[in-house]
Design a protein around this ligand. Structure first.
Ligand code: 6PG
Length: 247
């Protein structure tokens, strides 16, 4: 494989010209996944990621095209990771979701499952979240709880969720959420683990901007944490803009 090829990326690759078009595509994909899940088992569970990329998607989902079209009453919201900060801290992934999506659509707050990463004992908080996943979701093919959809981003160093290169979280295989360690503030995290991510019905990466092209190539070469996202029997899709794809 040439070093400049994304062809070895596992899963489906969908390239749109702009970040706005990527977000539109992902919104449509989420709606289709929610219909599939509801038809299959009468509910829809989705884990959201943080960072800056999801903002545009959340604004589209809570905007005129989808606000009255999505079946929000099917939704059960989880998180792929969370920073060790208060839920009203601008750095919080929950804060991003709350301010740009959850507060604008009729999702029952009782069905939003925040990662309590503000707790002093992050190991206990992660264990509690792992137990919540087990108690509120059906088992996937290898026994890990199965989320219908997990939305992921990709860091420039190839991290995803809060699975950062060279950190202990990469080795956790017997729990579904664990303590993460980032290489930028806030350093301390809670993150889903590979077994939880790879048990998903569908994983969608949203990656935009030229700065992510090298991380995508490294992912395709199997060199970074995102390379190990390989759903056992679920689907994997990469939603890229032309700049990230190097198109
Ligand atoms: C986080 C995210 C993280 C994010 C990537 C990409 O807590 O930071 O979950 O995994 O998805 O770092 O972030 P951007 O969307 O800001 O590029």
């Amino acid at each position: 494989m040439s070093a400049s090829s994304l062809d070895a990326l596992a899963g489906e690759r969908v390239v749109n010209e702009t970040a706005q078009e990527v977000a539109d595509t992902v919104a449509t994909w989420i709606a289709a996944q929610s219909r599939r899940a509801f038809g299959d088992h009468g509910s829809f569970s989705i884990a959201l990621s943080g960072g800056s990329t999801p903002r545009l998607l959340n604004e589209i989902l809570s905007g005129p095209e989808w606000r009255d079209r999505m079946s929000w009453n099917w939704w059960n919201v989880y998180f792929a990771d969370e920073r060790a900060c208060a839920p009203d801290d601008p750095a919080s992934n929950y804060h991003l979701a709350e301010t740009t999506l959850l507060s604008r659509v009729p999702i029952d707050p009782a069905r939003v499952h925040r990662m309590p990463a503000e707790r002093p004992d992050l190991d206990a908080a992660a264990a509690e979240y792992s137990d919540l996943l087990t108690s509120s979701l059906p088992p996937g093919p290898d026994g890990a709880p199965r989320l219908d959809v997990i939305l992921l981003g990709l860091g420039e160093n190839g991290h995803t969720a809060s699975l950062f290169p060279g950190t202990p979280a990469l080795k956790v295989t017997d729990r579904w959420a664990t303590r993460g360690l980032a290489d930028y503030e806030p350093f301390d995290r809670i993150t889903l683990t590979y077994p939880a991510i790879n048990a998903a019905g569908a994983v969608g990466f949203m990656v935009t901007g030229a700065a992510k092209h090298e991380a995508l190539l490294a992912t395709a070469r199997g060199e970074v944490p995102a390379s190990r996202v390989r759903p056992i029997d679920g689907t994997l899709a990469w939603f890229l803009d032309a700049a990230a794809a190097g198109a």
